[in-house]
Ligand binder design. Structure first.
Ligand code: MN3
Length: 202
């Protein structure tokens, strides 16, 4: 059984950047629903019961046709959100340090150029989806994915991810995705991003 991970901080810990009401609904309702629907899909194929969510997504072509789209939607939703909670933290934001900072500078020219390109990807994703910083074949890249599609399905390793579904920002920012993105930079957890980067480069 897949289970909803506990948030590593209180619902109001990211205030004023990300509001408590959004955090509570997003975690306790939206993420819980992805977990429940993933479990429902897996229940039809007990041979997949021992697969981790990472394995399900990395080996999505091996998931039977009749539940593949459900695993993409709800397994992707579960994994993306599990990362998202950890990729935010109170008293964070700012710039990365260490190896990931060097790689960001080398790949994008500067942190500011990276931030601009990532913001553009997040704003440019039409409809629902995610902006990502990933490691792709040993190099950093910015991508965006539709719906709950996971970078793991393309052999990419997520390092930083931003949920741009309206459910992530509508309560506080109504339709203003740009304001939400500006606020989110204040809680981006570069320590976790660095850990994901280091693991992906091994
Ligand atoms: Mn979401």
């Amino acid at each position: 059984m897949h289970t909803l991970p506990k948030l590593p901080y209180a619902y109001d810990a990211l205030e004023p950047h990300i509001d408590a009401r959004t955090m509570e609904i997003h975690h306790a309702k939206h993420h819980q629903t992805y977990v429940d629907k993933l479990n429902e899909a897996i229940a039809k194929n007990p041979e997949l019961a021992s697969w981790t969510v990472e394995k399900l997504l990395k080996e999505i072509k091996g998931v039977p046709d009749d539940i593949r789209q459900a695993v993409i939607n709800h397994g992707g939703g579960h994994h993306n959100h599990s990362l998202f909670w950890e990729l935010m933290a109170p008293k964070s934001g700012g710039k990365p340090t260490g190896k990931i900072a060097e790689a960001v500078d080398k790949t994008f020219g500067s942190f500011d150029a990276f931030k601009e390109a990532f913001t553009k990807a997040a704003l440019g994703r039409f409809g629902s989806g995610w902006a990502w910083l990933v490691v792709d074949k040993g190099k950093l890249a910015i991508i965006s994915t539709a719906n709950q599609d996971s970078p793991l399905m393309n052999g990419q390793h997520p390092v930083l991810g931003l949920d741009v579904w309206e459910h992530a920002y509508y309560i506080k920012h109504t339709s203003k995705r740009a304001d939400y993105i500006t606020a989110w930079w204040n809680v981006a957890n570069w320590k976790k991003a660095e850990a994901l980067f280091t693991a992906a480069m091994k």
